[in-house]
Design a protein around this ligand. Structure first.
Ligand SMILES: [Zn+2]
Length: 364
């Protein structure tokens, strides 16, 4: 399952669960209407229509259908292509914001699916960025979707996506070239674990450090095998991305099998993560009963007051603040009574035992 970060998730009932057989790329459409009108149309089962994403002319970005599921946007092209509907009418141009949104969608697809090249697609059996009309009758015969002006903008969407991905657009595509896929990732990659500085890496390893490594791979442009994630569980996609990263360092053979070594990990992260114990909370030590006297001003008193409020012992009409007041003393007396003290033991002047029990956090 995949939902694109940054898109507003607005699920609709019109889709085929798990029906996305493969992803060749993104198909651009025009709504012939508004974003909100389309949103309600896709919610109506009678329409039998939907798309994965939709953009508004002001730059809104909706995701209506998960990319694991088949949207109903372009006939026979639905099984192999993801889809973007765009607010407006055939003959108009996409707005600058819509160009950006579609570039973001296309960049995300290139980064998350194998074998989607960063270029325009020449036709339904090609890969890359396409448009509805290119599918002809098999795709429902919509030669004017999204319309010639927008088809002429597809190169600009590719250009902007390339900036996001941080790579040059791939050759071929719009001139009719059908570059064969590079055939990445059809065999199972290495599936063993290593321990580096007390932390496990490799297939099945789990933890925040896996997410951190995955995000670092994405940031360096080695995220194209992720269909979900990265993290927190190390998957074959992590291994494949890591192998790409190792090859970029000049590693070959077993040194580029996608399982981290200490040197490559240090290069990826700039540092070597290790097991860290959670820091124990630090509390203010008891400053002595004499500390709590009229005229005393200290951030400790504010911190104490906040703890008293949190314990349900507030006697404050304003504050708590840094100056020791009668309200502090009344509140502290309530705390002492809550602990079971009575009489002069609950006079509102802190003692060590009640202070330690209050656990006033130290301002670090
Ligand atoms: Zn269309």
């Amino acid at each position: 399952m995949a939902r694109m970060p940054g898109a507003t998730w607005r699920p609709v009932p019109n889709f085929r669960k798990g029906g996305q057989l493969q992803v060749r790329g993104l198909v651009i459409h025009i709504m012939q209407g508004t974003l909100l009108g389309t949103d309600s149309w896709f919610r109506n089962p009678v329409s039998e229509a939907s798309s994965h994403w939709g953009t508004g002319r002001a730059g809104q970005l909706y995701q209506w259908v998960d990319t694991a599921d088949r949207a109903w946007a372009q006939g026979n092209g639905n099984t192999d292509w993801l889809s973007s509907e765009n607010e407006g009418r055939s003959g108009q141009l996409l707005t600058d914001d819509q160009l950006d949104r579609n570039a973001e969608i296309f960049a995300w697809i290139v980064q998350n699916y194998d074998d989607v090249p960063l270029r325009r697609a020449a036709g339904p059996s090609d890969r890359g960025l396409g448009w509805h009309g290119m599918g002809g009758k098999a795709w429902g015969n919509h030669p004017d979707c999204p319309g010639a002006p927008i088809v002429a903008q597809l190169d600009e969407i590719v250009r902007r996506a390339a900036v996001i991905v941080g790579k040059k657009p791939a050759p071929g595509g719009s001139n009719g070239g059908t570059k064969p896929s590079t055939g990445t990732g059809t065999t199972t990659p290495a599936r063993y674990k290593v321990t580096i500085n007390g932390l496990a890496y490799g297939y099945g390893a789990v933890g925040d450090h896996i997410t951190t490594a995955g995000k670092a791979l994405v940031a360096k442009g080695f995220g194209k095998h992720y269909k979900a994630g990265p993290g927190p569980t190390w998957s074959d996609a992590d291994t494949r991305n890591y192998a790409d990263f190792q090859r970029s360092l000049g590693h070959t053979g077993a040194d580029a099998d996608g399982i981290p070594g200490e040197a490559s990990l240090r290069k990826l992260l700039g540092t070597l993560p290790g097991k860290t114990k959670p820091a124990a909370p630090v509390y203010e030590p008891f400053p002595g009963a004499a500390f709590f006297s009229p005229g005393r001003r200290s951030p400790i008193i504010t911190a104490m007051g906040r703890r008293l409020v949190a314990e349900g012992c507030s006697a404050y009409t304003q504050g708590p603040g840094p100056s020791w007041t009668n309200a502090d003393r009344a509140a502290y007396a309530r705390w002492q009574k809550k602990l079971g003290y009575t009489g002069t033991a609950a006079d509102g002047i802190p003692g060590k035992k009640s202070w330690d029990a209050l656990k006033v956090p130290k301002q670090l």
